[in-house]
Write a protein that binds this ligand. Structure first.
Ligand SMILES: Nc1nc2c(ncn2[C@@H]2O[C@H](COP(=O)(O)OP(=O)(O)OP(=O)(O)O)[C@@H](O)[C@H]2O)c(=O)[nH]1
Length: 253
């Protein structure tokens, strides 16, 4: 199966039929090589997994060429004249760049570097960060998911203190993948927990799903709100209430 693919793509890029993967010098599409590494390491590569560790230097550029070429095939199959129509001449390249370098970047690049400071003053008061703007896309239709989230951290003396901006950077990295909201908040909670090791962690996310507004059921107003409560936020209803009461009223903003 693979052999057939390899021999059929030994062409110059300009000679390639639309929609065919851009091969490397040995004729193997770079996505195939990356997938083989992931499979050999028994690593999952779901839409919302980060695969940066399996991409070698220079391969992201090759992946861009490959996605462009496949995207051109999609445009051809949609019967869009990308030669005569001046608006779509570079659309395949633009979409490839948008996926790999922008909206799904959180799959392909390593996580942001986070400076951790010791909790020298033994702070143990509630910290709330938010609203952090969420930009993602649903795994089902690749339609935008736009919203906000709030993070509550109850530190203890062993908790590492991280810079305020880093919560937004971590959120951007997690949300920059095709996601479903329920899994996105759990991934973010796991990451913040691992970075800060707090006594408690709370996340509330509210988002509009364009797959419900732009298409499908065409409901423009409904939003999804979900939360993750861990540690003391789970055990202490007063703390949970305090956190929820300090979050500005959602949806009205
Ligand atoms: N649970 C959950 N569902 C989501 C999320 N984002 C989108 N969805 C839903 O995923 C579902 C995909 O359903 P399918 O029935 O496979 O797709 P479809 O036939 O296009 O469905 P419709 O959207 O109802 O037209 C839809 O109901 C979406 O509203 C999310 O973050 N969480």
């Amino acid at each position: 199966m693979l052999g057939g693919l390899v021999t059929s793509v030994m062409l110059m890029k300009s000679d390639m039929p639309a929609g065919q993967a851009a091969p490397d010098e040995e004729g193997t599409p770079v996505s195939v090589k990356i997938r083989e590494r992931l499979t050999a390491a028994k690593k999952r590569f779901n839409a919302n997994d980060n695969i940066a560790a399996f991409i070698e230097p220079g391969e992201l550029e090759k992946l861009l060429d490959e996605v462009e070429s496949k995207m051109q095939g999609v445009l051809d199959s949609l019967v869009i004249d990308t030669v005569g129509d001046h608006n779509t001449q570079n659309t395949a390249r633009r979409v490839a760049k948008m996926y790999l370098n922008e909206v799904f970047k959180g799959r392909y690049v390593p996580g942001p570097s986070i400076t951790e400071f010791p909790n020298a003053e033994h702070l143990n008061e509630l910290i709330i960060v938010g609203p952090i703007t969420v930009r993602s896309a649903c795994s089902h239709h690749f339609c935008p998911v736009i919203g906000q989230l709030w993070i509550g951290v109850m530190p203890n003396e062993h908790t590492n203190v991280i810079g305020l901006s880093k919560y937004a950077r971590l959120a951007e990295w997690i949300m920059g993948r095709p996601q479903i909201q329920e899994e996105a908040v759990v991934q973010l909670a796991d990451l913040i927990q691992q970075k800060t090791r707090p006594d408690g962690l709370a996340i509330v996310m509210e988002a509009s799903h364009f797959c419900m507004g732009w298409r499908g059921v065409k409901d423009m107003d409904s939003k999804m709100i979900n939360s993750v409560m861990r540690g003391v936020f789970l055990k202490d209803p007063n703390l949970r209430r305090e956190f929820l009461s300090l979050i500005p009223k959602k949806s009205s903003s």
